[in-house]
Design a binder for this molecule. Sequence first.
Ligand code: URP
Ligand code: ZN
Ligand code: ZN
Length: 464
Amino acid sequence: MSTTLIKNGTVVTASDRYDADIYIDKGVITMIGKGMNIPADTVIDASGKLLMPGGIDVHTHLDMPFGGTTSADDFESGTIAAAHGGTTTIIDFAIQSFGEGLYPAYDAWMKKAEGRARIDYAFHMIVRELSEQASHDMDKMTRNDGVTSFKLFMAYPGVFQVDDATIFKALLKTRENGGMVCMHAENGGVIDTLVKEALMKGQTAPKYHALTRPTRAEGEATGRAIALAEMAGVPIYIVHLSCSDALEKVKQARDMGLPAYAETCPQYLFLSYENYEEPGFAGAKYVMSPPLREKWNQAVLWKGLAQNDLQVVSTDHCPFCMNEQSQKLLGKDDFSKIPNGAPGIETRLYMLWEGVQKGFIDQHRFVQLTSTSPAKMFGLFPKKGTIAVGSDGDIIVWDPEKEHTISVKTHHMKVDYNPYEGREMMGAPAYVLSRGDVIVDHGEFKGEKGRGQYVKRQAGHPRL
Ligand code: URP
Ligand code: ZN
Ligand code: ZN
């Protein structure tokens, strides 16, 4: 284990800003000071750069079977791409199989990640049926294995959707064990009916994915999920919130003092329904759930981020290739067969930094949304999510002046398009450090194969 000294940077955390040097020993920050002249194995000059805690992406789907195919990035390519964009920890979703408890999925996802991941990782569990075994496993995982959050779906009937009784029982479990329910909040019954109706009318193009998933279906489910959590007396976390209708429900709950939390994703802040109108089958690039919304929702979401009605920006990275028969093309003649999801694990910080440049959020809020609040929400803080003595040396040396263009030609995700193709950006990492190791050096990846470590998370309900 080596030592690293970062000199002359400006530390930016969720709360502070100061000029400092940082010394990392055996992966952990042991000193923060000024004018430090200590020998170290690696010395980085960070003059003119910002030192921010490594990004934490709490919503990824690597190597995930979905819709008859598998997401295009595995734990190797996905974590390399994440690191290039300044993310040093991910939380991925392991999926329970029908007829099984939760441990077979946990073991399977461990196998997918071990020896491949180049940054640190943790897991949420997707609960598809709350059998006695699954219920027992929720407690055991929370207690012993650092899996403290459980995603349930109110949509995708026959695949993921569970009923209100199941949701309520899962919520009650978290009251006992200190875990957290993460909710995919869309009304699956309404959507399924609208999808069947559209297909009967011959409406098969990608845009009908969006037109059959109205914002009210997300708003209704969000309100219902929060009401169920209120009745159970526990917090709830709404994943990939996309629109004003749903945000209103979160706001109302928070104004009442309820512990309701939500994340949004860059795609909902920068893309819109208009993308589905791109020629031919191109709209399939943006087929995800919830879908992209009318543009005016973006300003509402930015306001939600600035005012802490939304606490986290994650990616919901779930990439499928456009030009492979077995991926997005599965839905060439039927939008309902297009695998849901889009890439974003590499571009999250770039996109959100644009929000800083435009004055929608400040640098501290940027850190809070991309690192500190995700860490606090999901039991990683203060090991991750800040720059402090005792925290892991997960640090982005951020060059706010760096100009670059997002493109499939230069990105590191294993997918054949980028939803932000050609977008000119300012701000990128000069270096990315994971537990003190320089894993990205001016665009070159340096992290060793399989160096990523599983991180056990703490249970306990946040207050954010
Ligand atoms: O379209 C999406 N969001 N795909 C990933 C699965 C999910 O619901 O998060
Ligand atoms: Zn979801
Ligand atoms: Zn997802």
